[in-house]
Design a protein around this ligand. Structure first.
Ligand SMILES: [Zn+2]
Length: 132
């Protein structure tokens, strides 16, 4: 491993290292719901909340564009409907899991147009650009 890669890895994992999944490499956050899983988990299981919409399961391409390796902060949700944190994050209807507070990047326009809008869903970017 090159020196620059080691530095990058440390920066990613120094936050709440004890609640991170065992497989610390290639963690990514869903751009729609901010759920954090490994690239491999997204590929194998899809997103627990939005796979019906994003269809990440089995598609490395979809995982690459619909999830982001750049995210900030983590919240472990064990009982989403009763958590004030989850209400603040607008993830109170989501599955228990590890969620990012902010996710860098946005879903591509074609996915918003083809997969979200026909379902009547409005995309709220998780990168801090959405405001009430
Ligand atoms: Zn998701």
């Amino acid at each position: 491993m090159r020196k620059s890669e080691i530095g990058k890895e440390t920066k990613m994992t120094e936050v709440n290292a004890d609640i991170l999944p065992l497989e610390k490499k290639k963690l990514r956050a869903c751009l729609l719901c901010s759920l954090i899983k490994t690239q491999r988990q997204f590929l194998r299981e899809g997103c627990d909340n939005c796979d019906e919409i994003l269809r990440l399961k089995g598609s490395a391409d979809r995982v690459a564009v619909c999830t982001s390796a750049g995210f900030d902060g983590m919240i472990a949700l064990t009982n989403p409907p009763s958590s004030w944190v989850s209400k603040w994050q607008r993830i109170n209807k989501f599955q228990p899991g590890l969620y990012a507070i902010a996710v860098a990047g946005q879903l591509p326009d074609d996915i918003i147009e083809e997969d979200l809008e026909p379902r009547g869903l409005t995309y709220r970017p998780r990168d801090g650009s959405a405001h009430d």
